[in-house]
Design a protein around this ligand. Structure first.
Ligand SMILES: NC(=O)c1ccc[n+]([C@@H]2O[C@H](COP(=O)([O-])OP(=O)(O)OC[C@H]3O[C@@H](n4cnc5c(N)ncnc54)[C@H](OP(=O)(O)O)[C@@H]3O)[C@@H](O)[C@H]2O)c1
Length: 215
């Protein structure tokens, strides 16, 4: 199946947490690593998060800290819970794409579309969530060749569980959070990290590696 190349990118504390508590917006990266993240965004056709991140962080997912194009924002949101007042809808760089299940309320879909959202209905996969393979195929057919997955925890785990990550760019910040862990459930297959690189950005370390999944 044709799909975009996928980079998984997030920031974590030394104890592997991506937020101080579930659903809590937590600034982790320092300014230098944040700039690197914006550079990475500019190098991808699209950027994807789960609706949990939209509700918690209200992100814009665009490129502001460096020169470069902003990627197409994509939200996975089975039940169309994305708030109409979210920044992705109210001040978009591109009209946001929202992937939902086939049994959402028609009225909610209509009001989101009236606000400029592109809604794509997809089937449930084996995991009872909307099917990542189908979503990625739709993205590919719409011209998306590179996709940056930026979280949160459930989305990170869903992509890793499905083996749908080609590269990781993980910022590690000094400090403990004892909060929401990036990974909480076991992965049935563990990827190999190929030619990992460790770079210092201000007070953070950024780990970059290609992933090799056993077939
Ligand atoms: N440190 C970082 O780099 C970073 C980055 C991003 C977010 N965060 C933090 O992460 C937290 C949010 O994480 P989260 O786990 O609550 O939310 P999330 O991963 O952003 O979104 C999870 C939601 O996505 C929906 N979804 C749709 N399709 C899915 C699929 N195939 N697999 C899994 N989920 C799917 C589900 O809701 P439905 O069932 O309603 O569709 C699910 O509850 C916040 O605290 C935020 O601050 C941190």
């Amino acid at each position: 199946m044709n799909r975009p190349r996928i980079t998984l990118s997030y920031a974590q504390s030394l104890d592997g947490c991506i937020a101080a508590a579930p659903g809590q917006r937590t600034l982790l990266s320092g300014p230098e690593a944040m700039k690197m993240t914006h550079q990475l965004r500019a190098q991808h056709d699209a950027i994807l998060v789960g609706v949990g991140t939209v509700i918690a962080d209200n992100p814009r997912l665009n490129v502001r800290l460096v020169e470069g194009p902003s990627p197409q924002p994509i939200v996975l949101d089975s039940h169309l819970r994305i708030p109409l007042q979210s920044a992705l809808i109210q001040s978009p760089t591109h009209p946001v794409w929202v992937f939902c299940s086939t049994n959402v309320q028609a009225a909610t879909k209509v009001s989101l579309e009236a606000a400029g959202v592109h809604v794509f209905m997809v089937n449930e996969g084996e995991t009872k969530h909307i099917d990542l393979s189908e979503i990625l195929h739709v993205c590919y057919t719409k011209g998306i060749r590179s996709l940056m997955v930026e979280g949160g925890a459930k989305i990170i785990q869903a992509f890793l569980r499905a083996g749908l990550v080609d590269e990781v760019v993980i910022t590690i910040t000094p400090g403990f959070l004892t909060g929401l862990a990036a990974l909480t459930t076991p992965l049935s297959h563990l990827p190999q990290f190929i030619t990992p690189k460790y770079q210092v950005f201000g007070s953070d370390i950024v780990v970059t590696a290609k992933l090799l999944w056993e077939t």
